[in-house]
Write a protein that binds this ligand. Structure first.
Ligand code: ZN
Ligand code: ZN
Length: 172
């Protein structure tokens, strides 16, 4: 690997590059993003998911979307979620939106969180008719279980009959 001078501090040599502008940036100047950053956001440009940034790019193009992401995530945690088998409870809720599907996740709760994030992004307070399915996928000789799901973003607060607060855990 070629070592070149960091364009931020002009002191240290580095083999790291900023994921946005591709300038050389040393370990002590670089800002790092965890691979899980923006995990629940439905669409994030690949550049922003790249793990290394120079200080300029981080400040200009990453810090703000990251702060907004955490804001929406906080809202998403307060989204009420109702599963398909709770259709009795949610029968007064109007379904105006199309069902949203999320890409397969390793974790069942992550599917629900992605649906909640999507609803929070659109200004909804709930997700209804959540349908979760697990599926075996093969990676070479290994297989693992992945979860997929869909749900309908809705304004359900105040319209749900007999709310069960243990909504995150399907009794089945
Ligand atoms: Zn540096
Ligand atoms: Zn940069």
């Amino acid at each position: 690997m070629d070592m070149i001078l960091c364009s931020d501090c002009q002191k240290n040599e580095t083999a790291l590059n900023c994921g946005m502008c591709a300038c050389a940036v040393c370990k002590s100047c670089a800002q790092f993003l965890e691979p899980e950053s923006f995990e629940f956001a439905p669409s994030v440009t690949p550049e922003i998911k790249h793990g290394v940034f120079c200080q300029t790019c981080y400040g200009d193009k990453v810090a703000q979307p990251l702060a907004e992401y955490f804001d929406v995530l906080e809202t998403a945690k307060n989204i009420d979620v109702y599963f398909k088998d709770q259709s009795k409870e949610t029968r007064l809720v109007r379904r105006k939106e199309k069902p949203v599907s999320v890409a397969p996740c390793d974790d069942r709760d992550d599917v629900v969180m992605k649906l909640a994030y999507f609803a929070a992004l659109g200004g909804f307070d709930s997700v209804v008719d959540i349908d979760l399915k697990s599926e075996k996928v093969f990676i070479g000789t290994y297989s693992k279980l992945v979860w997929k799901g869909s749900g309908v973003p809705a304004q359900a607060k105040g319209k749900v009959i007999n709310t069960d607060k243990s909504i995150w855990h399907n009794p089945n």
